[in-house]
Design a protein around this ligand. Structure first.
Ligand SMILES: [Ca+2]
Ligand SMILES: [Ca+2]
Length: 223
């Protein structure tokens, strides 16, 4: 009986040992698998780090090129500005056409005959000019020195009553202090700008465009 019990105990121990052995084997395999995965992840991480390094270097190179191109662009723009200024300066030094008077970089002349505002403008345009656009106080003072009264200037409200525009498209305010007192007041019958001599000043008034007057033309030497 004792032997039988001993045999049973030995048998049970053997089974237990086998079970332990199997568990150890499983754990070893699991450990091996985890180790392999860790090695693989390490490799991936290294590759990713290398790629990140490459991308960072590429980015740095592109950034340096962009900065260099910006600098070149600034130099080119500055050179272009210098060339334009030199060209304008040379153009401005030219003489005006015969019979035209020079002020700054502009040339001025009266029309050769008196005519309607449109006929006067045509004369100016045929000579490469247009009716004068008075766009600074200096210019106004200059032309006033040799303007008599009743001369066509380059502004009209023909296109839209009350909306005065110079021939270059810029707006002439009806509130400009150059208008003679109470002008413009001619409504749709008077759509063209004329100088009048309101002693001691030259002032502006609206006039019928069909009146026959001399006009004053202007052209820019720099265009
Ligand atoms: Ca002008
Ligand atoms: Ca008018």
């Amino acid at each position: 009986m004792l032997i039988l019990v001993l045999l049973m105990l030995i048998n049970k121990s053997t089974l237990h040992v086998e079970l332990l052995h199997q568990r150890l084997k499983n754990m070893t395999e699991q450990h091996k698998t985890v180790l392999e995965k860790t090695v693989s992840m390490d490799r991936d991480t290294e590759q990713l780090l290398q790629r990140l390094k490459n991308v960072t270097e590429q980015h740095k190179t592109v950034l340096e090129k962009t900065i260099s191109m910006d600098r070149e662009m600034q130099q080119l723009l500055q050179r272009q500005k210098n060339v334009t200024e030199r060209r304008d300066s040379l153009l401005c030094k030219q003489d005006c056409a015969g019979g035209w008077y020079k002020f700054g970089c502009k040339c001025y002349s009266f029309t050769a005959w008196s005519g309607s505002w449109n006929k006067s403008r045509e004369f100016c345009v045929v000579h490469g000019a247009d009716l004068v656009v008075v766009d600074s106080k200096e210019e106004m003072d200059y032309i006033n020195r040799w303007l008599g009264g009743h001369i066509w200037l380059g502004a009209t409200d023909e296109a839209s009553e009350g909306m005065w525009r110079w021939v270059d498209g810029t707006v002439l305010s009806a509130a400009s202090p150059s208008w003679s007192g109470g002008k413009p007041d001619g409504g749709k019958d008077k759509n063209c700008l004329k100088s009048v001599w309101e002693r001691p000043n030259i002032e502006w008034t609206d006039e019928s465009c069909e009146d026959n007057r001399y006009g004053i033309c202007e052209y820019n030497l720099m265009k």
